[in-house]
Design a protein around this ligand. Structure first.
Ligand code: HEM
Length: 475
């Protein structure tokens, strides 16, 4: 009897192993822990971001758990994946497997109708409407307006100063450019109110979504209400402008969105979608570009040879201009080296640390299960700092971008990739080139602080990057 039982047992063992193995490959969650409910690893990540050790924090996870692991961020169970294949998977998956998912705080603050939350035909419709203003063929008509904003900004905040803090000034500048071009809100009390509320709103976007009177999430929600009310007011005014005064439909983004109609002459975007998306564009466009400009100023101060080449390129353009003559679209096309410096700055200091998607169904990835409803977390610097992709990744070398086609796809991703690639790329490019042109040709500068920075979650250099400036004349 014993021997029969033993033979059955021995016979069953391989079957059991086979059964377990087949179960694991399709049903096993990635390794890792979800941590304390709601909080999970959010505080640890936020702490690492603040200390500028988030890349190390991620690398420690990889050493501990391997290339795919689970954790909990901002109230959601999450799977972290990285590398070229992971980026491709995240950026190209259609809405049937991965939909876009921002953290709950951001989603609540911006509103459910914002582009980051939409997928499929709704995403296409709203993105198409935004692109009709943000595409290069439209934006090239606004170089003059950007030029004017940059010159006014320099007159007010840089001329006759010995020392300035770059980051807050760049935020003021990019906010003013967006207010003027996208909102059509001119300088004055209204713009000042909008900027104050906006800054309050941004503070809680990456916070834990607990709505109690003392939380930063609560304060952000309040500020978001005030911003949205102002946008509603603007929509009313622009609508009247269109109907009663026949205003130019391309005078600013809001007017443009109000004017886009389908074949039945119905407005393509609802009022709520316009409010949510105008707020999104302001959020997405203001901090990111100001960070790029700030780090360019820092890197140019540290890299005399590269600074000299940027100066030479910009001076050649400046020398061909009459006093007070604006830059043109054609001039921007000649700023090739300066843009390569911007791209290398974005590689080393991507303003967006990473992002989230949501599994719409159970997905098997790399032998593990990503369950329906979980978040997928990608991180920009994982390929930007990979020496197999970028040799000597910690060396600042704009020549890497001389032949962009040679960079493997889905590895340089400061603007994301696929159908959700940043629609503000061209806008950011124009404002960066115009601003650097005037700063480089009119001033010399040296740093007053060290090169360290923290992430909140955008990178913030020590003290906001104070610099000593001196005026310079065209040679
Ligand atoms: C240096 C400047 C900028 C950087 C590095 C940047 C980066 C990014 C990244 C990484 C994404 C994709 C996120 C994802 O796939 O989850 C994104 C999306 C987006 N960006 Fe930018 N951005 C910049 C400037 C701008 C500007 C100036 C605007 C608007 C004028 C803008 C508007 C948007 C919008 C609306 C989206 C969402 C697109 C969608 O979901 O279809 N960005 N940006």
């Amino acid at each position: 009897m014993m021997s029969v039982l033993l033979s059955i047992f021995i016979f069953l063992i391989p079957l059991l192993i086979l059964y377990k193995k087949s179960g694991r490959s399709s049903k096993n969650l990635p390794p890792g822990s979800l941590g304390i409910p709601v909080i999970g690893q959010s505080l640890a990540l936020l702490r690492a971001l603040r200390a500028n050790t988030a890349e190390e924090w991620i690398e420690q996870r990889i050493r501990k758990y391997g290339p795919i692991s689970k954790l909990s961020l901002f109230g959601n169970p999450t799977v972290f994946i990285y590398g070229q294949a992971a980026n491709k998977f995240v950026f190209t998956s259609d809405g049937n497997s991965l939909s876009n998912q921002q953290n709950k705080s951001l989603r609540t603050i911006l509103g459910e109708g914002n582009l980051l939350e939409l997928s499929g035909p709704d995403h296409k419709r709203v993105r198409g409407a935004l692109m009709s203003f943000l595409k290069p063929e439209s934006l090239k008509n606004y170089v003059d307006k950007m030029n004017e904003e940059v010159k006014l900004h320099i007159e007010k905040h840089w001329d006759n100063k010995q020392e300035v803090k770059v980051l807050p000034l760049m935020k003021t500048l990019t906010f003013n450019i967006i207010s003027s071009l996208l909102f059509g809100v001119e300088r004055g009390g209204r713009r000042d109110k909008l900027v104050k509320w906006f800054e309050e709103m941004l503070e809680g976007m990456w916070s834990i979504p607990i709505n109690l009177p003392f939380t930063s999430f609560h304060r952000s929600l309040g500020a978001s209400k005030r911003v949205q009310n102002m946008v509603k007011q603007l929509i009313e005014e622009k609508r009247r402008g269109l109907v009663e005064n026949g205003a130019d439909s391309h005078q600013d983004l809001i007017t443009c969105l109000l004017s886009i109609c389908d074949e039945q002459n119905r407005q393509v975007m609802s009022e709520e979608e316009i409010v949510n998306n105008v707020t999104l564009v302001m959020t997405a466009g203001h901090d990111t570009s100001s960070v790029l400009l700030t780090f360019m100023m820092q890197l140019l101060a540290n890299q005399p040879t590269i600074y000299a080449s940027v100066l030479q390129e910009q001076e050649e353009i400046a020398r061909g201009k009459q006093e007070g003559e604006s830059l043109t679209w054609k001039d921007l096309g000649r700023m090739k080296f300066t843009w390569r410096v911007a791209l290398e700055t974005l590689r080393m200091h991507p303003p967006i640390f990473g992002g989230f998607r949501k599994a719409v169904k159970d997905i098997e990835y790399d032998g593990y299960l990503i369950p329906k409803g979980w978040q997928v977390f990608w991180v920009t610097s994982m390929t930007h700092n990979d020496e197999k992709v970028f040799a000597e990744p910690f060396k600042f070398d704009p020549s890497r971008f001389e032949n962009q086609a040679a960079i493997p796809p889905y590895c340089f991703v400061p603007f994301g990739g696929g159908p959700r690639i940043c629609p503000g790329y061209e806008f950011a490019k124009i404002e960066t080139l115009v601003t650097i042109h005037y700063l480089v040709t009119r001033f010399t500068w040296e740093l007053c602080a060290d090169n360290r920075f923290s992430r909140c979650p955008m990178p913030v250099p020590t003290g906001g990057l104070p610099i000593k400036i001196k005026p310079r004349k065209l040679i």
